[in-house]
Design a protein around this ligand. Structure first.
Ligand SMILES: CCOC(=O)[C@@H]1C[C@@H](CC)[C@@H]2C=C[C@H]3CCN(C(=O)[C@@H]4CC[C@H]5C=C[C@]6(CCCN6C(=O)[C@H](Cc6ccccc6Cl)NC(C)=O)C(=O)N54)[C@@H]3C(=O)N12
Length: 114
C-alpha cells in the first residue's frame, strides 16, 4: 500500500469556529499553539487531506480533514485562511505570508484536481 505524499507543509495555529459563541477557538486541547500543517495526497485514489500536529512535544493531531470536491477555500487575509467541512469551519492562522501563499496554492491545486 503506497504511503501518502506530503505536498506541502506550513506552520499555523489551527482554529475552529464556535458558532454558538461566535468566536474562533483553538483546535485540539491545551490552548492556542502552533502546529505543522500538511496537505497529504493519497496517490492510490487521488484523495487529499489536511493533517496538522502540534509542534510541542505531544505532537497532538489537531486537524485531520479530508478535502471534498467543490470546497471553497477562503483566503480571508494573507495570514488567515478558512474553509467549511460538513460539520464545522476551519481556520489556519499562518506564521508567515509566504507559507500561507504556498499552502493556498497547493490547496487550490488539490481542490482543482479532486
Ligand atoms: C483581526 C481580528 O481577528 C480576530 O479577532 C479573529 C481571531 C483571528 C485569528 C484566529 C481571526 C483572524 C482573521 C479574521 C479574518 C476575518 N475573520 C472572521 O472571523 C470573519 C469576520 C466575520 C466572521 C463571520 C463569519 C465567519 C466565521 C465563520 C465563517 N465566516 C465567514 O465569514 C465565512 C468565510 C468563508 C467564505 C467562503 C468560503 C468558506 C468560508 Cl469559511 N463565510 C461564509 C459565507 O461561510 C468569518 O470568517 N468571519 C477573522 C477573525 O475575526 N479572526
Amino acid at each position: 500500500m503506497r504511503l501518502e505524499v506530503s505536498l506541502c507543509q506550513a506552520r499555523a495555529t489551527v482554529m475552529l469556529y464556535d458558532d454558538a459563541g461566535r468566536r474562533w477557538v483553538p483546535a485540539g486541547t491545551g490552548g492556542q499553539s502552533v502546529s505543522r500543517v500538511h496537505i497529504y495526497q493519497n496517490p492510490a485514489n487521488n484523495t487529499f487531506r489536511v493533517v496538522g500536529r502540534k509542534l510541542q512535544a505531544d505532537q497532538q493531531v489537531v486537524i485531520n480533514c479530508p478535502l471534498v470536491r467543490g470546497t471553497k477555500y477562503n483566503e480571508a487575509t494573507p495570514n488567515f485562511h478558512q474553509w467549511r467541512d460538513s460539520r464545522q469551519v476551519w481556520g489556519l492562522n499562518f506564521g508567515g505570508k509566504d507559507e500561507a501563499a504556498q499552502f493556498a496554492s497547493t490547496m487550490l491545486h488539490a481542490l482543482d484536481v479532486l
